[in-house]
Design a protein around this ligand. Structure first.
Ligand code: 5GP
Ligand code: MN
Length: 340
C-alpha cells in the first residue's frame, strides 16, 4: 500500500536526533493525539528532542495518555509555542491535510514559518504545504499509517509501550473499535504487534469508553430525545443547543461519539449532528454515512468542511434552526448526487 518513494528521506529525519515539533489538528481527537504522542515517544527513543504542539486543548477523555501532560497548547501559550516552532529543525503535521485545520490563527503562523514540513495523514485531497507528504486515505487512521511507516523505515523497535499505547488509542477511536470499513487484516496485524509490546488494551478501552461523567450520559439522553428521522431520505439527525450544553455542564469531548447513534437505526444510511457553539458563533456539524454515500463531498460542497467518505465535518454561521432547515433542503434536493 505504501509506495517506497521518500521512505529513506523519512528515515533520515526520524533518526537525525534533531529538534522536532509535532502538530495535530484543532479540536484533536483520539487519532490526532494518539499519532502525535506516538511519534513523540518514538522520536524521544531515537534521541531527538520532540514537542507536541496542539492548536487548542484536547478532550479530558484523552488526558490519561502517556506524554499528554507535556503537550503545549498554542492557543493558551502563544509565546512559548512560537518560540519552540522558531527553534525546531522539522515540523511534522499529523492527521490533517491542509493547514487551515489548525485554525485561522495557527494557520497564519504556520504558513509564514519557513521550516521543512512533513505531513503524515489519511484524509483525501492533501494540500501542498509539506516538503514530504505521506498521504494515504486508504488507511483507517493516521496511527495505523504511522506504525506502517515505522515498519517501512525499520524503526518499530523504537515503539515502546508508551508509544504503542498512543498508537493503539488512535486505531481504536478512528475505527470505531475495529468496526468501520477501513479496518483490515493489516490493522489487526498492527494491533497484534502493539499487544506484543505489552500495551494494556482492556485498560485503554476502559479509559476511553467507561469513564463517563453522569452529566455526559444525561447529555446523550437529551441528544437522543432530540433525534429526528426522515425515513423517506434514509436520514436522521440530532442536535444540541447551547442551553442544553450548559444545562449538562458540557466539557470538551463530552459529545464525542454521539453522532454514531443516528446511524444505528435500521434503514438509515446518513446522519448529521449539529452542535450550537455560541462562543465561536458557529454550528459545528458532524456527518456520518454507511455504504457509498459520500459525506466528504457533501461537507465540502455545503458546509466549508471535509473529511472521509463515511465521516466528515463542517460548520455553518447560520442559526441552529436555519442550519437545520438548510440541511433538510440540501438533502431533499441533492442527496442522490452524493452516492458514488
Ligand atoms: P468529526 O465529525 O468527528 O468532528 O470529524 C469527522 C471527520 O471529518 C474527521 O476526519 C475530521 O478530520 C473531519 N472534519 C471534521 N470537521 C471538519 C472541518 O471543519 N473541516 C474539514 N476539512 N474536515 C473536518
Ligand atoms: Mn484520523
Amino acid at each position: 500500500m505504501i509506495n517506497e518513494n521518500n521512505i529513506e528521506e523519512l528515515k533520515d529525519i526520524l533518526t537525525s536526533k534533531k529538534k522536532i515539533a509535532i502538530i495535530p489538528h484543532r479540536n484533536p481527537d483520539g487519532d490526532a493525539i494518539g499519532s502525535t504522542l506516538g511519534l513523540y515517544h518514538v522520536l524521544k527513543n531515537l534521541g531527538s528532542e520532540a514537542y507536541v504542539i496542539s492548536p487548542n486543548d484536547f478532550p479530558h477523555f484523552l488526558a490519561w495518555m502517556p506524554g499528554s501532560e507535556g503537550i503545549v497548547i498554542f492557543e493558551n501559550n502563544r509565546k512559548e509555542a512560537q518560540k519552540l516552532l522558531q527553534s525546531v529543525d522539522y515540523v511534522f503535521t499529523l492527521d490533517f491535510n491542509v493547514l487551515l485545520r489548525t485554525g485561522d490563527e495557527m494557520e497564519y503562523y504556520l504558513s509564514n514559518l519557513i521550516k521543512p514540513f512533513v505531513m503524515i495523514d489519511h484524509h483525501q485531497m492533501p494540500g501542498d504545504y509539506a516538503t514530504l507528504t505521506y498521504s494515504y486515505p486508504e488507511f483507517g487512521s493516521t496511527c495505523e499509517l504511522l506504525y506502517t511507516l515505522l515498519e517501512k523505515t525499520q524503526l518499530t523497535q523504537y515503539v515502546d509501550q508508551k508509544a504503542a499505547t498512543c498508537i493503539y488509542t488512535g486505531i481504536v477511536t478512528d475505527s470505531g473499535s475495529f468496526r468501520f470499513p477501513k479496518t483490515t487484516a493489516h490493522t489487526h496485524r498492527v494491533v497484534a504487534d502493539l499487544i506484543d509490546k505489552k500495551i494494556e488494551n482492556p485498560t485503554i478501552h476502559n479509559s476511553l469508553f467507561d469513564n463517563s461523567t453522569y452529566n455526559r450520559l444525561l447529555l446523550l439522553g437529551r441528544a437522543l430525545q432530540n433525534m429526528v428521522i426522515l425515513p423517506e431520505l434514509n436520514t436522521s439527525y440530532i442536535y444540541l443547543t447551547d442551553q442544553e450544553l450548559k444545562e449538562y455542564k458540557h466539557e470538551k469531548g463530552d459529545s464525542e461519539g454521539f453522532v454514531n447513534y443516528g446511524l444505528s437505526i435500521k434503514g438509515i444510511d446518513f446522519t448529521a449532528f449539529f452542535i450550537e457553539r455560541k462562543e465561536e458563533g458557529i454550528i459545528k456539524i458532524s456527518l456520518r454515512s454507511q455504504g457509498n454515500f459520500d459525506v466528504n463531498k457533501l461537507a465540502r460542497a455545503y458546509f466549508e468542511g471535509g473529511g472521509h467518505v463515511n465521516a466528515a465535518g463542517g460548520k455553518s454561521t447560520k442559526s441552529l434552526e436555519e442550519t437545520i432547515a438548510y440541511f433538510k433542503e440540501i438533502i431533499s434536493k441533492h442527496k442522490n448526487e452524493f452516492y458514488d
